[in-house]
Design a protein around this ligand. Structure first.
Ligand code: EPZ
Length: 422
């Protein structure tokens, strides 16, 4: 089989503006949620990432349709009118984790769902027990056999659900399922990520009655019917944070545009602690390079804490900072595989369980490395941009799951990046 590589010749200072796309982790929830409507839903500014294509294929497998519209195909229109309850057992369902949002959506729509276990990045075990407990509390019975989950409910009834951990996925799935349940559901210890607020806004515009999204208590009063609407997706705070970290490592002066800076407060203050020169505006930040950076310790946590999805990109930056940095990922047990690849490029990182100890600053040199998961890929792209010589990054499909038009965006900033098959 041919393997595709992203190749980057490092060492070119970057300058210009990069426009951030809409949030992947919102989009992958909004698309499944849209099937609850009885007329078409238009999602504006759809990001051009592979996960969107996969979710579109799943809508088609279910008998619905999707199409792109607008001058730049920026609108994504989902027509769920003829949707049927067809089991989603193979193909795209196994290729991304967010396919599990069809559990909540199909349960709400048809009171019955059969689906293959979702895929996605390996970051240590990623159970979905909290999702299933939530569905059970709403009245579903669940059977699991091999890789298949089968759920049905005579009726869905609102319930009080306390989440042992404020899981993003469980909060979203329960919101989707409860939006058409009878009576009121209260999710306690709910996740507060901006993507949850975005989903709540979409569902409410479709006719749902959800209050409290963005706090740790969400109340959902079930309704009988939901209708189509138009919805503008929020900007991707993780893509934004990645480009901010990238600019801190490699920029002369780069403006990261079309963002909501408050979604990135934890990252921005961490970068300021490192000595990064960063100017914050209403919907953009500008990063100026050339400053000596000092190593910092950091820990990932739930929103508004420092996002685990930015941990790997930040690690690359710490390799360029003077001193020792200690990083702990409190969300996942195995999200440091990029560190072994960074070490091949000259970094000095020791991984211990869910922590990494980084000794900086180490010059990096081009090497052949693997994107072991999506954000590991981002971490390696940043490393490649500052390394001496050419870096070849394999497993590019991980990167394409979450970063739209990455070559175009980086080329516009002055990077030398291209793809090759071998
Ligand atoms: C979402 O994953 C994101 N994915 C992840 O982004 C992100 O890392 C994560 O939230 C945390 O912010 C999508 O939105 C598609 P969780 P999700 O449920 O929903 C444990 C990226 O790079 N847990 O909040 O799966 C779980 O094992 C990706 O874009 C249970 O134990 O995250 C993990 O340790 C990667 N039981 C922790 O909670 C459950 O039922 C956080 O998971 C559910 C989760």
């Amino acid at each position: 089989m041919m393997m595709e590589l992203i190749k980057i010749e490092g060492g070119r200072p970057l300058s210009g503006t990069v426009k951030i796309d809409s949030a992947k982790n919102s989009t992958v929830a909004l698309i499944p949620a849209s099937i609850l409507a009885e007329s078409p839903v238009t999602l504006e500014n759809i990001p051009s990432i592979v996960d969107v294509e996969r979710l579109g294929e799943m809508i088609e497998q279910l008998g619905g349709t999707y199409r792109y519209d607008g001058d730049d195909d920026e609108d994504f229109i989902i027509d769920p009118t003829n949707l049927q309850n067809i089991p989603l057992l193979e193909g795209p369902v196994t290729q991304l984790r967010a396919s599990y949002y069809f559990l909540g959506a199909l349960l709400a729509k048809f009171k019955e769902v059969k689906i293959g276990m979702p895929g996605g990045c390996y970051l240590g075990p990623r159970p979905i027990d909290l999702h299933l407990k939530g569905f059970e509390a709403l009245g579903a019975t669940i059977e699991q056999e091999g890789g298949t989950i089968y759920m049905r409910a005579e009726r869905l009834k609102g319930a009080k659900i306390y989440l042992d951990f404020p899981s993003v996925g469980a909060t979203i799935n329960i919101m989707i399922a409860a939006s058409k349940a009878e009576g009121t559901t209260v999710i306690e210890n709910a996740a507060k990520e901006p993507e949850i607020v975005d989903l709540s806004n979409l569902l409410n515009n479709m006719g749902a009655k959800i209050r409290g999204a963005g706090t740790d208590e969400i109340r959902i009063q079930g309704v009988d019917r939901l209708r189509g609407t138009r919805h503008a997706i929020i900007p991707d705070r993780i893509e934004a944070g990645t480009y901010i970290a990238l600019a801190a490592a490699a920029a002369e002066e780069v403006k990261i545009d079309n963002i909501i800076p408050t979604h990135l407060d934890a990252l921005i203050s961490k970068l300021q602690e490192m000595g990064v020169d960063i100017e914050i505006n209403t919907d953009s930040v500008t990063v100026r390079g050339g400053k000596a950076l000092k190593a910092v310790d950091f820990k990932t946590s739930i929103y508004p804490g420092l996002a685990t999805d930015l941990q790997q990109p930040l690690v690359t930056l710490v390799t360029q900072s003077d001193g020792v940095g200690m990083v702990e990922d409190t969300i996942y047990s195995d999200r440091f595989r990029n560190c072994y690849e960074l070490n091949k490029m000259g970094a000095n990182i020791r991984v211990q369980g869910n922590s990494a100890i980084i000794q900086g600053a180490t010059p990096l040199r081009g090497a052949r490395v693997m994107a072991t998961d999506l954000r590991a890929g981002a971490s390696l792209v940043i490393a490649a941009l500052i390394a001496e010589g050419v870096t070849e990054i394999g497993n590019t499909y991980h990167i394409d799951r979450g970063y739209s038009n990455i070559e175009e965006k980086l080329t516009n900033l002055g990077a030398k990046i291209w793809r090759e098959k071998e």
